[in-house]
Design a protein around this ligand. Structure first.
Ligand SMILES: [Zn+2]
Length: 362
């Protein structure tokens, strides 16, 4: 389970308005959609928010516990006027269990990762078969039994079909929360069962303060500033950006723009080592081109992502002399290449393809 609990206060505050409608609806109708889909860019906090919501769902004093009878899917039991809280109390039996990491009625399903960590994993059918064996059981302690399918956009066809049958006829008092960065990769039949909650990218200031609190040791303020701007609203991206390896790759990418011939082969080797590296290179290329584009549009009067590389980037922009249209189409091209990093093609060819915009000269 790759989710922080409790979630950072900045994260809860930023996304609170997205969860409010669920609480409003429950307060009004005593009803909750049985399949929720949390979407938003990778690292926006979907899994932490799922756990935050489940905490509230399980709390003995929250609005969800206030109903005398647990609710039955879309249609509520008898209306009960007992008011409940819209935040977990932190003191009841359920909240204490949560603080100890004991989630009695939570089943959390992550995609499998490959042995070498080179490719992002997919959901294997085994986990869903095991889930199906439990479907006859009701919640043990809490008002709901909750199943989280993390990164549901990484289900293969077989897993997706298997879970679809469950979602079509969910057991009484079971609730499903799916998280996905790319909901277009879900089967339309699954999407149609879901109530989607879209989480917006976080702003750089919020990411900066989360980094500041989460990081132990000496805080690398200059890097954190660049990382929180380069993160595109994602905490995990920001944390990746702080890694030494990422800084090195970034500097080499900027170096390649300054001096294409010298770095080309070395960079292909560096990028082709894993799917994760390829995605990282694409992330970095995107942010470097965003700086070049902002510079083209606004001159020097914009907030540089790679503020520490301002001078070399201005030089590169002047030398390339690309207009806005050319820069925009390059950015689109980089985004389009993301689709290919998951494919099992020759890694070096793929890296070459990924780095191609760097070699273009017009
Ligand atoms: Zn509580």
């Amino acid at each position: 389970m790759n989710a922080s609990f409790p979630a950072a206060p900045e994260l809860i505050e930023w996304h609170a308005s997205k969860l409010e409608p669920l609480l409003d609806r429950f307060e009004k109708d005593r009803a909750l959609h049985t399949t929720l889909l949390f979407t938003g860019v990778e690292g926006v906090g979907k899994k932490s928010l799922a756990l935050h919501f489940i905490h509230l769902l399980f709390c003995d004093r929250s609005i969800f516990a206030a109903a005398e009878e647990p609710v039955d899917s879309l249609f509520g039991g008898p209306l009960e006027e007992k008011p409940g809280a819209r935040a977990a109390c932190g003191e009841c039996g359920s909240c204490i269990r949560a603080s100890r990491g004991q989630w009695l009625d939570l089943i959390w399903i992550d995609p499998e990762t490959d042995e070498e960590g080179k490719r992002l994993g997919t959901h294997k059918i085994k986990a869903f078969r095991e889930l199906k064996e439990k479907l006859g059981l009701g919640p043990a302690e809490e008002p709901f039994r909750v199943v989280v399918i993390a990164d549901a956009d990484r289900m293969n066809q077989e897993s997706a079909n298997s879970i679809l049958k469950v979602l079509e006829e969910p057991p009484k008092n079971w609730l499903f929360i799916l998280t996905a960065s790319d909901s277009s990769r879900l089967l339309p039949t699954i999407l149609s069962r879901c109530m989607e909650i879209k989480f917006s990218p976080l702003d750089p200031d919020r990411i900066f303060s989360i980094l500041k609190r989460d990081l132990t040791g000496e805080f690398p303020s200059r890097r954190a500033k660049v990382a929180s701007r380069a993160a595109m609203g994602s905490i995990s991206r920001a944390k990746n950006c702080l890694e030494e390896e990422t800084w090195e790759l970034r500097d080499r990418l900027i170096g390649l723009l300054s001096n294409p011939a010298s770095e080309w082969m070395g960079l292909i080797d560096a990028v082709s080592t894993s799917q994760i590296r390829m995605n990282l290179a694409l992330d970095l290329m995107e942010t470097i081109f965003m700086d070049l584009l902002s510079h083209r549009i606004k001159g020097d009067q914009h907030l540089w992502i790679h503020e520490d590389q301002r001078e070399p980037l201005i030089e590169i922009a002047d030398r390339l002399g690309w207009d806005t249209a050319k820069l925009l189409s390059t950015l689109e091209g980089i985004a389009g290449r993301r689709k290919h990093t998951g494919l099992t093609l020759n890694a070096k060819l793929l890296a070459q393809e990924i780095l191609a915009p760097w070699m273009e000269r017009t």
